[in-house]
Ligand binder design. Structure first.
Ligand SMILES: *Cc1c(COP(=O)(O)O)cnc(C)c1O
Length: 371
């Protein structure tokens, strides 16, 4: 038997989350954001659940090739555009739409030989100060692009820095709409936070929305809202099993650094999952975990290949008992129950966000798809 750790991708949850996003953006087209290998789920594994999207957006050219290899004929958008001139050849060949965020990318387009003009998304830096043209330079960039025979339609795109927090999106919306008022073309503004929290804001849904984290079933604004409150379902379960147990007496310690000391007699389970599997080492005693579907807590430090859990609430647990690190309760028969442990809760305990945990599942962890 292989080491029992397993990541499972839930196709039905991806479908559900996509339709949940559509509820908030009924008139918009939806880009399923599948960058970073579909937020760690695997593009090929997530595809069945996401093929109902109107397009796929990502930033790695090799990932765009993988989406085309799945026979996806619809739109694919490169969110960072091209990195060097020859990337444009791939865009021509695979009909990739690409973001244009700087003058150098316009220069590359102007020098590109193509029979088929490209659909581009001209990016405005409306305040985040990452990629994009400053508002006062945006129209000049549009005019320059519009004059190029290599360019077909120009769409307008910007990205929010605070859709998930108290500052909100109004200041960036105002800059974007003032600058683009009389420009033609489709618009794309909203990430998951904007779709979920600001769906009522005029124009935020625009022509294309760009949800990422929401379709994978994590709340962009945890802990203010939970995924459950947003009616999102976890698209990934990380599960393993107990491979050892120990009886502790008061005063006994657990693991490296003896960071946990028992104050009463207790049984602990040793789980085949450690930081080399992508489980955050910063998760300390108290981090929630499901054993046999029952909520309990981690005790002691996470080590490379193992972590330890308090078995007090699950006296029936022993070697082979299923453990859920996040996602849906794993059962002994390999199926999943209805009890959930949100990746956001685990992330919080580790001082990070659900995004990072799902992207960081290590290559040594085998995956399954729950169709
Ligand atoms: C990653 C990304 C998104 C999706 O963000 P979420 O917070 O995961 O919804 C949308 N737009 C751009 C430009 C991105 O890079």
């Amino acid at each position: 038997m292989p080491r029992p750790i397993l990541a499972t991708v839930h196709t039905e949850a991806l479908r559900h989350n996509l339709s949940r996003v559509r509820q908030n953006a009924a008139d918009a087209n939806v880009w399923a954001i599948v960058k970073a290998n579909a937020y760690g789920h695997g593009i090929e594994r997530a595809f069945a659940g996401l093929r109902g999207a109107d397009g796929f957006a990502l930033l790695d050219l090799a990932e765009a090739e993988r989406v085309r290899a799945l026979d996806w004929r619809g739109p694919i958008l490169l969110l960072e555009g091209v990195f060097e001139p020859r990337d444009l050849e791939l865009c021509s060949r695979l009909n990739l739409w690409h973001t244009v965020h700087c003058d150098e990318q316009i220069d590359m387009l102007a020098a590109h030989k193509t029979h088929q003009p490209h659909r581009v998304f001209l990016k405005m830096n409306s305040g985040m100060n990452r990629l994009g043209f400053a508002p006062q330079r945006y129209r000049a960039a549009w005019t320059r692009l519009n004059a190029l025979p290599q360019v077909d339609e120009i769409s307008l795109i910007t990205h929010f820095s605070d859709s998930d927090g108290p500052r909100g999106i109004a200041h960036q919306m105002a800059v974007f709409s003032q600058t683009t008022e009389d420009l033609p073309g489709e618009r794309s503004l909203a990430n998951s936070g904007a779709v979920l929290r600001h769906a009522e804001a005029a124009g935020v849904r625009a022509d294309w929305v760009r949800p990422g984290i929401a379709i994978y079933g994590s709340a962009p604004d945890a802990p203010e809202h939970t995924a459950d409150e947003w009616k999102l379902q976890p698209a990934m379960t990380l599960s393993s099993r107990i491979i050892g147990t120990q009886m502790l007496q008061p005063g006994d310690t657990v693991g490296y650094g003896s960071s946990f000391t028992a104050d009463v007699p207790m049984r602990i389970g040793v789980v085949a999952c450690g930081y080399a599997d992508g489980y955050p080492r910063h998760c300390a005693t108290g981090t929630p975990v499901l054993v046999d579907g029952v909520r309990t807590r981690m005790v002691g430090r996470v080590s490379m290949d193992m972590l330890t859990v308090d078995l007090t609430p699950v006296p029936q647990a022993g070697i082979g008992t299923p453990v859920t690190l996040w996602g849906r309760a794993a059962k002994a028969d390999g199926l999943h129950g209805d009890t959930l442990l949100s990746i956001d809760e685990v992330a919080r305990a580790g001082g990070t966000v659900g995004y990072e945990l799902m992207c960081a599942v290590a290559p040594r962890v085998p995956f399954a798809v729950d169709a």
